[in-house]
Design a binder for this molecule. Structure first.
Ligand SMILES: *[C@@H]1O[C@H](CO)[C@@H](O)[C@H](O)[C@H]1NC(C)=O
Ligand SMILES: *[C@@H]1O[C@H](CO)[C@@H](O)[C@H](O)[C@H]1NC(C)=O
Ligand SMILES: *[C@@H]1O[C@H](CO)[C@@H](O)[C@H](O)[C@H]1NC(C)=O
Ligand SMILES: *[C@@H]1O[C@H](CO)[C@@H](O)[C@H](O)[C@H]1NC(C)=O
Length: 510
């Protein structure tokens, strides 16, 4: 299901105040995805307006095509996190005396990115020769009096940069400002630009009267912490980073490639706030029957110091239910007597501070059993060597390449005309089919038919290219097999496939 789409539809039904703006200020085009997420994901999923300001071009002393591609990578990652097409409108950010592009996501104007394009300062702040060895650290410490954008559009003195950020803060009026580490000092193992950016952001905030809550996140030193991001949050964090990484040859860009790079794979599994804030995790999406008991699962939420957490679950969408034990990690409720979508948010607190709100969707249907799990699966072809076999569509795991490619079915070069069939020994009543495209950005089913053994068929259009499910209501039919036939694929498709197929129904004989 399309979580963001459901949320924006449901949030409007409730008289809750609209969620506030979140401003992130980071130096490089992957810092937000590695160090500020899953809070970043949670903030987008819960409908906040999110703007991220990237202070440096992330040029790493390389040519302009490198940093321009990294900006494209940021756009791809935010489009994925927002479940929207990667299509943006550009304008100027309006900083007096300076040029900086502001990009707004066309399908969701709540999501925007600003690029200041100052030179990457290198690990210790020594800079790179090609950019005159300028760095934010030197600007902060007084080693240079100004710093020039890599695009040649202008320069900033220290005060001008503080004022520029202050202008961006005042213009966006955030409720929260998130950045990297403003507490520790240069030379502690973190990248110099991480500290510099956080020092500048904090200085800019001091000049702004409506103080938003300022939160710093740990950068490189998270490599020495224990993993605390799991489940659906980890998968979506990984997919957003890999969407970015397609445009950055300097980083690993898939689960497989990142196995040999302990830094990236470790950072993806961590998020540490400097205020010791906990990480919320509301569990995976669930499907349940009518008038049945559902237990929500917040047990993967973690406190960085293993303090006892207080849980606060709130229903934010769907027919109201009576949430029992809503202040525990596993509250439960009885579902309404009609099909629909219920949405819950979880905030966890450790006595000192609280997490971002995580969100989970529970879909209620008449026939909640996923009968695909007991089907026999065959397909037109499969990439057997890489274990992307047909039965992976019923392994109860969504996701796939570029995260864990062994969670999906991929054809061996299949295009339009590829098919996957599920069959049962006895007749089955089928009421709803959910199809999950492979989550990589190249392979996408853009049209197909579902054919039943009684000769009937239904057509479907484009599947979500980011791998979230598309639901097809098929009225209650009694069948022995279901065949998904691909009739159209995106131009970039190499090996069409599916990461998961769920079929909700019941055994027709029982
Ligand atoms: C954008 O933000 C506003 C205010 O926070 C909210 O009411 C609206 O639903 C959001 N839109 C989307 C598409 O999330
Ligand atoms: C991780 O810990 C090791 C050992 O204490 C230390 O040498 C290293 O600098 C730390 N890494 C970072 C990035 O802080
Ligand atoms: C918290 O508990 C986990 C798992 O038992 C452990 O790995 C970690 O080191 C603990 N963290 C702290 C700060 O004690
Ligand atoms: C599906 O059912 C039809 C009609 O009974 C049969 O011809 C076909 O071989 C079946 N396909 C599979 C894959 O079981």
């Amino acid at each position: 299901m399309k979580l963001r789409t459901i949320l924006s539809a449901l949030l409007s039904l409730h008289a809750t105040p609209s969620p506030g703006q979140i401003l992130n200020i980071v130096p490089h085009q992957d810092d937000d995805l590695l160090f500020l997420s899953p809070d970043l994901l949670h903030n987008i999923q819960t409908g906040h307006a999110v703007r991220t300001v990237f202070i440096t071009a992330g040029d790493s002393g390389r040519g302009s095509s490198y940093w321009q591609d990294r900006e494209k990578g940021s756009q791809a990652a935010y489009a994925l996190m927002s479940d929207a097409p990667d299509s943006w409108s550009a304008e100027d950010a309006g900083i007096p005396g300076h040029e900086a592009p502001l990009f707004t996501l066309n399908q969701n104007p709540n999501i925007s990115l600003v690029f200041l394009r100052l030179p990457d300062g290198n690990l210790q702040g020594q800079g790179f020769e090609v950019t005159g060895s300028e760095s934010l650290r030197k600007l902060w410490e007084g080693g240079v009096s100004s710093i020039h954008t890599v695009s040649g559009s202008g320069s900033y003195t220290r005060d001008e940069l503080v004022n520029a950020l202050g202008h961006l803060i005042a213009g966006f009026r955030p409720e929260r400002l998130n950045t990297l580490d403003f507490i520790h000092s240069y030379g502690d193992g973190d990248h110099s630009d991480h500290h510099s950016t956080a020092f500048f952001a904090k200085a800019a905030l001091e000049a702004y009267e409506n103080s938003p809550v300022l939160t710093g996140y740990m950068g490189y030193p998270a490599i020495n912490k224990t993993a605390n991001v799991f489940g659906a949050d980890l998968l979506e964090k990984q997919l957003a980073f890999y969407a970015y990484a397609r445009s950055d040859p300097n980083v690993c860009n898939s689960g497989l490639a990142c196995q040999s790079n302990e830094y990236y794979s470790w950072w993806l599994g961590c998020e540490y706030r400097l205020d010791g804030g906990p990480v919320s995790n509301a569990g995976s999406a669930q499907v349940a029957g009518l008038k049945s008991i559902v237990t929500l699962d917040g047990t993967q939420s973690l406190d960085p110091n293993n303090m006892t957490l207080a849980y606060e679950w709130t229903q934010v969408g769907g027919l109201p239910v009576d949430l029992v034990n809503s202040e525990t990690s596993r509250p439960f409720f009885t579902t309404p007597d009609e099909p629909g979508t219920l949405v819950f948010e979880l905030v966890v607190r450790n006595g000192k501070t609280s997490s971002s709100p995580a969100v989970v969707v529970v879909t209620t249907v008449r026939h909640p059993e996923n009968i695909a799990l007991k089907a026999r699966v065959t397909a037109s072809s499969a990439n057997v060597g890489s274990r992307q076999t047909p039965e992976k569509v019923i392994d109860a795991r969504t996701g796939g390449f570029p995260a864990d490619h062994t969670n999906e079915w991929a054809t061996a070069g299949g295009q339009s005309g590829s098919w996957l069939s599920l069959s049962w020994e006895s007749p089955q009543l089928v009421s709803r089919i959910v199809l999950y495209d492979r989550p990589n950005l190249d392979d996408q089913i853009t049209g197909g038919t579902v054919e039943f053994d009684d000769g009937s068929r239904i057509e479907f259009g484009e599947l979500d290219n980011y791998g979230t499910g598309k639901s097809l209501d098929v009225e209650d039919r009694v069948v022995r097999n279901v065949t998904v036939v691909v009739t159209a694929v995106s131009p970039s498709t190499l090996n069409v496939g599916l990461s998961e197929v769920q079929i909700f129904g019941a055994s027709a004989s029982s």
